[in-house]
Design a protein. Structure first.
Length: 236
C-alpha cells in the first residue's frame, strides 16, 4: 500500500501519477485549511499551514538524506535479490560487473548462462575459465551468441533458455534471475522484454557513490532486484 501511494508523488516512476497525486494533495490541503479556518479562525488555519510546511520540509530532507546514505553505504538488504540457483548474464567486451554478479550468487549457483555478442564472446570464455570449477554448469559460446543490435535476438534467446533449458537443468523460473547490466542496449532491452512478458525476475548491479556522486571504484557493486509491480499486468 505504501509503495502504491508513493508512486503518486514520485515523478521518476510515473508523470501521470505524479500530476494526479499532486493535484489531489493540493485539493485535500485546501479543504483542510478552509475547515480549520471556519472552526478555529484565521490563526488556527495559519498554524495548520505552518505545521504542514514543517512536515513537508522534514519529509523532503529525509528522502534526500536517505538517497545519499544509500548511495554511500550500500544497498539495503530488502532491495537485494535472494541468491539464486540459476543466473542468466549479459556479457560485455570488458569484465564490467559480471564477476560481481556471479560472485553474489556463487554460494547457491548451479547453472549460469553467458549471453554474449560476437564482440564479447572472448570475455564469456574468460568468465567460463574463471568459474568452471565453482559452478556445475556454465553455458556460453556459439549457441548463446546474439546480434547485439537486434532486440529480438536476445529476447528469443532468453525465452529459449527459460522455456527449454531450465527444465533440463531441473530449475524453476523463480530459482533463476536475469542480470540486465551488461551487453549493448538492444541486448538489455531484449532481456527485459522477455522477462516482463513471462513475469521473470531481473536484477542490475548498482555501484556505490562517493560524496561527489561519482561511482566508488574501491567497493564492489551490489545487485538490486528490479521492482516491476507498477507495470500493469497483461490479460491472462
Amino acid at each position: 500500500m505504501r509503495d502504491r501511494l508513493l508512486a503518486f508523488f514520485d515523478p521518476n516512476r510515473s508523470i501521470a501519477f505524479f500530476v494526479v497525486g499532486t493535484a489531489a494533495l493540493t485539493v485535500a490541503v485546501t479543504v483542510m485549511y478552509d475547515t480549520v479556518k471556519q472552526s478555529l479562525g484565521l490563526w488556527g488555519a495559519w498554524g495548520l499551514a505552518l505545521l504542514l510546511v514543517v512536515v513537508a520540509v522534514a519529509a523532503i530532507t529525509y528522502q534526500a538524506v536517505r538517497r545519499r546514505v544509500v548511495g554511500q553505504v550500500g544497498i539495503s538488504e530488502e532491495m537485494k535479490p535472494k541468491p539464486r540457483r540459476g543466473l542468466i548474464l549479459l556479457v560485455s567486451p570488458h569484465p564490467g560487473t559480471a564477476p560481481h554478479a556471479i560472485d553474489y550468487h556463487l554460494g547457491t549457483l548451479q547453472a549460469c548462462w553467458l549471453v554474449a555478442s560476437p564482440d564479447s564472446v572472448k570475455m564469456a570464455e574468460q568468465l567460463y575459465e574463471k568459474y568452471r570449477d565453482r559452478i556445475p554448469y556454465i553455458a556460453y559460446g556459439t549457441g548463446y551468441t546474439v546480434d547485439a543490435d537486434e532486440v529480438e535476438d536476445t529476447y528469443t534467446q532468453v525465452l529459449r533458455i527459460y522455456e527449454q533449458e531450465l527444465p533440463q537443468r531441473g530449475l524453476k523460473a523463480e530459482e533463476v534471475i536475469a542480470d540486465i547490466t551488461g551487453g549493448q542496449k538492444p541486448m538489455t532491452a531484449g532481456m527485459a522484454l522477455a522477462c516482463l512478458a513471462k513475469n521473470l525476475d531481473m536484477q542490475y548491479m548498482k555501484a556505490r557513490r562517493n560524496e561527489q556522486g561519482e561511482p566508488d571504484r574501491s567497493v564492489p557493486p551490489e545487485p538490486v532486484k528490479i521492482d516491476t509491480t507498477f507495470i500493469p499486468a497483461g490479460a491472462p
